[in-house]
Write a protein of this length. Sequence first.
Length: 392
Amino acid sequence: MLRLLHTADVHLGARHADLGEAAAAQRERQFAAFRAAVDLAIAEKVDLFLIAGDLFDSNVQPKRSVERVAAELARLAQARIRSVLVPGTHDVYDRSSVYRAYDMAAMAGTRPAEEMVTVLTPDHPWVHLSAIDAVVHGPCFPTKRAPRSPLHDLAAVETPDATWRIGVLHTSVAIPGRTDHDDVVVTVEEIAASGLDYLALGHWHSAQVAKTKGVTYAYAGAPEPVAVDQDKAGKVLLVTLDVDKNGQHTVEVDQRVVGRTTFERREIDAGTVGSQPALVADLMKGADPDLVLDVRVIGVRPDALDLDTTEIEQELRASYLRVRVRDVSHPALTEGALPPEETIAGAFIRNVEGRIADLEATGDDMARREAEELRDVLQLGRHLLAGSEVTL
């Protein structure tokens, strides 16, 4: 049996320009998630730790950041857990590669012959780890955009005999119309023909697992969200490879949470909101510095309700990791008796409400959007013409 931990897309050193003063804290959260992945690997006594690209957000890294990573790899080596890393598209193996500038194995205090820390490169695309009876393939390129599929003719590559054949790539699995312009792409057919037992993937930030013709392949996702809308990130994968009683290779994949960030989406009926301060007070009850809160105010908005979503976000900012409030409610139609038809107010209300009814009856998205705009027009017009008895 072979057990491994699969992670990717840590993006250490990301600038997070959109987070302002919170950017430094988010970088620390990402490193904490990487450290938590190492803790989990040690606690679970895995044999192999795989990093499927984009460990770093760019090749421009201060030495201190690389030293922190090397210290974590050293912890794994001390626990007799081997690490295999491949470059990604952010830390691509070009002339300025962080992996050219720094010898990760040496910085982790290991010797090349031990093969405790291995960085796969275009000149060193696979490694035979005899101690765990595995060959790990990680074909990559010295350019961000791949000249061909990294799985091209992989099954034909001659390597020593080993029980387990594992792949680790930073790539997109081809989806027509969606991945056509991605830098590195492989097809499901190429995965099926690879002859691998398990293919560890990076590049997509959500954890997901699939299988094709005996080959299990999976994205670990980012261990901590790189952007605050990545609500399916925050995990690593624990993978167990075994041989059943019939001699067939089996693969089990278990998702484990290592990130701290949580997400909540709330929809609030505008009809239940008494005022802006009341809404803020209600949202304050769930305050959590690790929570990304996404609020949508929906439904019909009473005339007396006036919401400034920017002000609400500012009031809540210190209570959450990130908060977004959107008001997608729409004004109510006129209640009660209408002004006489021959007045300006009466004619205006009847005309606009009639147009709204016609547009909403079509069921067309564009018509619905126009109807929502007309509701705002109606509300404003009613306020401006309030009490008007001017006859046409």
